[in-house]
Design a protein around this ligand. Structure first.
Ligand code: F6R
Ligand code: MG
Ligand code: MG
Length: 367
């Protein structure tokens, strides 16, 4: 049976500030998706949040980029904005809804989308990850570790089904182009690209020998759509696990190192990506630090059996402790790089204005 998994998310108003989604927003979203389940559009759904982003996880048989499913997500975001965010004056009500009218595909309209159509295997463990206060390129490091680093994923060496490696679909989000590259043969070239996560973003990963889809990530960059700073594009990711793909534990292992990502306060700072359970999926210190939730489901005929809250485990306490030490260390840099992002990433902030204001005061320097 072919099943499509669609994870669509948007920040449509925060409670309080940019910290977390309001329970009433989730409640209404659940009602909308329940109705869609009853009409048969959806097989199943799960509504949750990561920080101030409302997350709609949906399963159906309509394929990727389906107008009906995307419209359902769009209408849900609009209705929650009108009926909850605005009356409660939640912060930034409807902020990610960059258009007035739905155009058939929610991609490019503000919300983030990760989707994959799969032939459901005999047993189909699915992991979804949602991060807040960072950008889609934040997954690059994780996906490299999971699908290309044998020090992370033992199966790359041990499991004959994985031994051939994986194909990375990488998107240049500035030029709007994609390239397919193979691991392990092209590891160094892959790293040359994805080591610049603000520009080159891993969008999909396939098992090389049979092109089986293994991972799908959102790649929206809101500021490139809107042409101004409108917040970071807190990303989502779907990964399939086990039986010839990385094991659940190999996928999670990539999250044991809280690597530095761009985002955090005002979308303008580097900070550690901290894995947290749902109960800590809210951003606090300096509007962060950036965090990620991970939920596991066993799919059966499209039904989402779960979630298992994967980072709700003392095994990740040490990672969280390091993340907090790094948080403190980075914060001491104040407005200095590399805590604050570099000038090219500050394009949509005050920096161009400051330079414009000073342009007549700059004088030629003597040699
Ligand atoms: C980052 C984020 C927050 C805001 C910050 C200022 O993605 O959403 O850190 O940038 O709270 O928000 P405003 O300018 O709305 O007061
Ligand atoms: Mg927000
Ligand atoms: Mg957010």
């Amino acid at each position: 049976m072919k099943v499509t998994i669609s994870l669509i998310k948007a920040d449509i108003g925060g409670w309080v500030g940019h910290s977390v989604v309001h329970p009433k927003q989730e409640e209404l979203a659940r009602k909308k998706l329940q109705e869609a389940k009853e009409t048969g559009l959806l097989i199943d759904y799960y509504v949750f949040h990561a920080g101030d982003d409302l997350q709609l996880l949906m399963t159906h048989t309509k394929g990727e980029a389906n107008p009906e499913v995307h419209k359902l997500a769009w209408d849900t975001f609009v209705e929650v904005t009108e009926k909850v965010s605005k009356p409660l004056k939640l912060y930034g009500a409807g902020q990610d809804l960059l258009s007035d009218t739905f155009s058939g595909n929610i991609r490019g309209m503000g919300p983030g989308v990760a989707e994959m159509e799969i032939e459901e295997r005999k047993s189909e463990p699915i992991l979804v990850f949602s991060a807040d206060k960072t950008e889609p390129g934040a997954w690059n490091y994780k996906l490299y570790k999971i699908f290309a680093d044998p020090f992370n994923t033992a199966g790359l060496v041990i499991d004959p089904s994985m031994h051939d490696g994986f194909t990375f679909e990488i998107m240049d989000v500035i030029e709007h182009k994609i390239v397919h590259m193979n691991a392990p043969e092209e590891l160094y070239d892959i790293l040359a690209l994805i080591g610049t996560p603000s520009r080159y973003v891993v969008r999909k990963v396939y098992r090389k020998k049979d092109k089986l889809i293994a991972a799908s990530a959102s790649v929206t960059r809101l500021s490139l759509i809107a042409g101004r700073y409108v917040g970071k594009d807190d990303p989502v990711l779907i990964v399939r696990a086990q039986h010839g793909l990385p094991a659940v534990g190999e996928i999670l292992e990539a999250f044991s190192f809280p690597h530095l990502v761009a985002g955090w306060m005002r979308g303008s700072h580097h900070g550690p990506l901290m894995p947290v359970p749902l109960k800590y999926a809210k951003c606090t210190r300096f509007d962060g630090p950036p965090r990620v939730v991970g939920l596991g489901f066993q799919l059966h005929n499209g039904t989402l059996e779960g979630p298992v809250d994967l980072f709700d485990d003392p095994a990740f306490d040490y990672t969280r402790t390091i993340a907090q030490q790094v948080t403190d260390y980075m914060r001491r840099h104040g407005a200095f790089m590399p805590h604050r992002l570099g000038p090219e990433e500050m394009e949509y902030t005050t920096l161009p204005g400051v330079l414009e204001k000073l342009k007549d005061r700059f004088q030629k320097a003597e040699d």
